[in-house]
Design a protein around this ligand. Structure first.
Ligand code: NAG
Ligand code: NAG
Ligand code: CU
Length: 384
């Protein structure tokens, strides 16, 4: 008899403990994400609208993207295996178009280099990178048998990225920092701020990507460490070299804290405001997009054009996309189907929802309006 009384009591205590642990761990950004998720469920249930047309995506089909630290060891190993696999598959570029592309991973880098000037500080910045990251996730799944979701890097979870499960250099990390080399730091972003050298700067020698060969670029390196020049000015030539990083806590402790991410979400009233703050890199401040890239740094991570060549790029852009998703779904009816800005970094025409995003050898062609909701168009995923 006693057993029948104690078992539920035990389960109750256990449940309360688990709840407590989650409450302790969840931060202000996670709380905003939880609200976003509630709204997305309501949209899929048809009791709310975000203005997009939801046809094939239903609640039971959703892929749930989670933070790297919340992946189990087995899940991290599966993801890493898929990335190494995509780096071993043949390129779909013809040699005459992209002579430096040696594998399928390079295809993503090549497409990003090619379009850099028309996908940053533009109206399509967020939707383009959402679709790009999703196509990468699709490639891992469809071309390399990965069954999981794209992970993200919760910047605010780790004030010291070097000891985080993302960059700690273990077999289940995205690789360690680069070897420490003396260098003068780097002038980063539009403000020309000179950021002191971090703890690395040299080749990554630990973790699953220690033998990775970077092939394309550089086009616009931001490190004072000297990088072999690409045989072609556009960075499309073959330039085999090691993966370099200079990870430090310079940006995470100033611009990527919980309050920085939460403030970005709660204080941006329009899409122009939100995406503008996110991409800021002036003497006064760095937005989360710039700060995350410069936390990885090195080569090709610190190169505006070639940055997807660092496998950590996708975890960073996962979090960029999550932050947009959270912002959108605080008020889905007015924030999902909305864009602002031009079509080129140099100005150009005003961007429109009917503008085409074309990912060439790594994707298809979609109008921006099909890429703004993560549960419409080609997409069916949410963030936890
Ligand atoms: C892991 O998931 C829990 C519950 O969803 C969340 O509160 C926590 O912040 C997550 N941990 C990390 C490192 O993201
Ligand atoms: C670059 O982008 C343009 C426009 O999308 C496309 O026509 C061209 O084929 C692309 N070139 C490469 C090398 O990807
Ligand atoms: Cu980009």
């Amino acid at each position: 008899m006693a057993v029948f009384i104690r078992l539920p009591t035990l389960l109750g205590v256990w449940g309360a403990l688990v709840l407590l642990l989650n409450l302790v761990q969840a931060d202000a950004v996670d709380d905003l994400a939880a609200k976003a998720l509630t709204n997305v469920y309501a949209i899929l249930d048809g009791t709310q609208s975000d203005g997009a047309t939801h046809t094939t995506c239903t609640r039971d089909k959703l892929i749930i993207r989670r933070e790297w630290g919340n992946f189990t060891t087995a899940e991290r190993t599966d993801y890493i295996k898929a990335v190494l696999c995509i780096q071993s598959k043949p390129t779909k570029y013809s040699t005459s178009v992209m002579p430096g592309a040696r594998n399928r991973y390079d295809d993503f880098v090549g497409v990003h280099i090619n379009q850099t000037m028309s996908i940053h500080n533009t109206a399509n910045f967020l939707s383009w990178h959402r679709y790009f990251t999703w196509q990468y996730e699709q490639a891992l799944r469809n071309e390399c048998g990965y069954t999981g979701a794209q992970p993200y890097w919760g910047w605010n979870k780790y004030s010291n990225p070097m000891t985080s499960p993302i960059f700690d250099g273990s077999d289940t990390s995205m690789g360690g920092n680069g070897e420490k080399v003396q260098h003068a730091g780097s002038a980063v972003g539009g403000g020309g701020v000179v950021v002191p050298a971090g703890q690395g700067g040299g080749c990554v020698r630990t973790g699953p990507f220690k033998d990775m060969q970077v092939n394309l670029g550089p086009v616009s390196p931001s490190t004072s460490v000297s990088i072999p020049r690409n045989p072609q000015q556009n960075g499309y030539g073959y330039n085999p070299r090691c993966l370099r990083r200079d990870v430090s806590d310079y940006f995470t402790t100033q611009y990527l804290r919980t309050q920085d991410v939460a403030n970005l979400i709660t204080s941006s009233s329009s899409i122009a405001d939100f995406q503008g703050k996110m991409q800021t890199d002036t003497r006064q401040a760095f937005g989360v997009h710039s700060a995350g890239h410069f936390t990885i740094w090195g080569d090709p991570g610190g190169d505006f054009y070639t940055s997807p060549g660092d496998p950590a790029f996708w975890l960073h852009h996962g979090m960029i996309d999550r932050t947009w998703w959270i912002w959108q779904n605080q008020q889905p009816s007015s924030r999902v189907v909305t864009i602002a800005g031009g079509t080129s970094m140099f100005g150009g025409a005003q961007g429109k929802l009917t503008d085409i995003v074309d990912l060439g050898v790594v994707g298809q062609r979609y109008q921006i309006r099909d890429l703004v909701s993560t549960t419409a168009g080609p997409f069916c995923y949410v963030y936890a």
